[in-house]
Write a protein that binds this ligand. Structure first.
Ligand SMILES: Cc1cc2nc3c(=O)[nH]c(=O)nc-3n(C[C@H](O)[C@H](O)[C@H](O)COP(=O)(O)OP(=O)(O)OC[C@H]3O[C@@H](n4cnc5c(N)ncnc54)[C@H](O)[C@@H]3O)c2cc1C
Length: 464
């Protein structure tokens, strides 16, 4: 099936790009594995009603726009891209079977994934990622009962803590590996005053509810027998490695734990695009030109999937992509140059904000030293930190060799969870910094699919 423009990801970036194109009369197919458009941030409520702090009406506006332009935007929810081959050719798994698309132009807007850091006890029932807790609260109005400790770093930590505590959850402690932002970092974040004020608002909410904030600290162990009972907290140094000295024990029934976001590069990797390591934008990210073209002809990348920038950057990149692609296709852009220029101006301020945010709370490698030899790193394949270290001692020094030798990253999640931890362990063992290591590889199909689906696609394998 051919479609001129296919966009993968109906979050703020992809949906806004589809709308920008539709306003110029250009049709697109918009694929997303979620049941609704809106991506991570604009999740509609599916069950119950829980008034959550920071509710944003822009998601509903985007969804209304998609409905309004339904004759030009073919939005297919529950459709997951499981492979990209040169061409580009996409394999899509849908509820009623699999199919292939061969677009002229492919826009990848696949968003972010959370960075998880393995610590002893993190596989106990009752330990969630911060995003996981937020998704349960946002989509299904499910919130934890009993005492909750949230740990990690970055804006999501304070946002989820403020959202849960305002919804009546007993969040007792927030454990942040970063310190209090410096005057310089605050000045950088003040480049986007609304975002800085939002962050200050979360902090004030936590103080008002008596939540204790432990800065420059990390959870070094989750303790329990079949369920979380308490966490052990230690101070951390400049690189966030735990410091020796007394530990604090905090009672908890539920723990939220994650350390910021990284770009979901699965599809840009499968498409064969060049990538580079950029710590400010969340680590590995696709290389792009000014018009968001990647190194592969007619493949573009926007939003958090092309480097963490946040929702406002994602929306602005959608507008700019729509404007640029309209012109490439020889149509008259309904989006005025002035509108694209304004989006570009917003991105400039947001870039300065992002730099300051990274300076304050960007992931530091010492945090990965918390895992001891028995800590599970790859949860899908049951590979411990000790198994990885033993393989490294045997000489399996590169990500690919280590994967083949230990199966870390070969399971259901395909390394989405353990990837950064495995890379940091290789870096520490080899003395080669992560940006100098080869990027972890990605294999098709990206997600488990039925044999029947694969069989229906197999005749379409490139070269057959
Ligand atoms: C767990 C989590 C919680 C967050 N919470 C907040 C928050 O509360 N506030 C905030 O400001 N920011 C939050 N963020 C960051 C925010 O989501 C992003 O900045 C913003 O949504 C980026 O928009 P996007 O369009 O680039 O990506 P997204 O909104 O992530 O949209 C990408 C879409 O692509 C889909 N997709 C990915 N791969 C495929 C595939 N192979 N096939 C089909 N579809 C695919 C995804 O399911 C998703 O719907 C959160 C991020 C995460 C990961």
């Amino acid at each position: 099936m051919s479609a001129k423009v296919v966009i993968v990801g109906a979050g703020p970036a992809g949906a806004n790009a589809a709308l920008a194109l539709a306003r110029s009369g250009i049709a697109s197919v918009l694929l997303d594995d979620n049941p609704h458009a809106g991506g991570q941030i604009f999740r509609p409520r599916e069950g119950g009603r829980l008034p959550l702090l920071g509710a944003d009406t822009r998601g509903e506006t985007l969804r209304q726009g998609l409905r309004h332009h339904a004759s030009l935007i073919d939005h297919r929810s529950g459709h997951e891209v499981i492979a990209v081959y040169p061409g580009p050719r996409l394999w899509v798994a849908a509820p009623d079977g699999a199919y292939e698309l061969t677009p002229e132009h492919l826009v990848l807007a696949t968003g972010a994934v959370e960075v998880t850091v393995p610590v002893p006890g993190w596989t106990l029932p009752g330990v969630y990622t911060l995003g996981g807790l937020q998704i349960l609260a946002k989509s299904s109005a499910i919130v934890p009962a009993g005492k909750v400790v949230l740990a990690g770093t970055g804006p999501l930590l304070y946002l989820v803590a403020a959202q849960l505590v305002s919804a009546g959850v007993a969040v007792t402690d927030v454990v942040d590996a970063a310190g209090f932002p410096t005057a310089g970092q605050l000045a950088g974040m003040a480049r986007v005053p609304a975002l800085l004020l939002r962050g200050i608002g979360f902090e004030l909410t936590l103080r008002r509810h008596g939540v204790a904030i432990h800065r420059r600290s990390a959870v070094v162990e989750v303790v329990g027998d079949g369920a979380v009972r308490e966490v052990v907290v230690a101070p951390v140094g400049d690189d966030w490695a735990p410091l020796p000295g007394p530990r604090t024990r905090l009672a908890a029934g539920v723990v939220g734990l994650s350390f910021g976001l990284r770009a979901n590069t699965e599809l840009t990797q499968l498409a064969g695009c060049d990538h580079a390591h950029d710590p400010v934008r969340g680590g590995w990210r696709v290389r792009r030109e000014a018009d968001y073209a990647t190194s592969v002809a007619k493949v573009y990348a926007i939003g958090d999937g092309a480097g963490i920038g946040g929702v406002d950057t994602a929306l602005a990149e959608g507008t700019i992509l729509g404007h640029g692609l309209t012109r490439r296709l020889g149509a008259t852009a309904a989006i005025l140059d002035a509108e694209a220029t304004e989006a570009q101006r917003q991105i400039s301020s947001l870039t300065l904000f992002r730099r300051a945010l990274h300076d304050w709370s960007g992931l530091r490698p010492g945090i990965f030293s918390i895992a001891d030899s028995r800590t599970m790193v790859c949860r899908c394949e049951d590979v411990t930190a000790g198994d990885i270290d033993a393989a490294l001692d045997r000489g399996l020094a590169l990500p690919r060799g280590l994967k083949l030798g230990t199966r870390a990253g070969m399971g259901l999640c395909q390394g989405r969870t353990c990837g950064p931890a495995v890379q940091e362990r290789i870096a520490r063992h080899s003395g080669v910094a992560v940006p100098e290591l080869p990027m972890p590889t990605v294999r098709v199909p990206l997600r488990p699919v039925t044999a029947a689906m694969l069989a229906s696609l197999a005749p379409k394998l490139p070269g057959e």
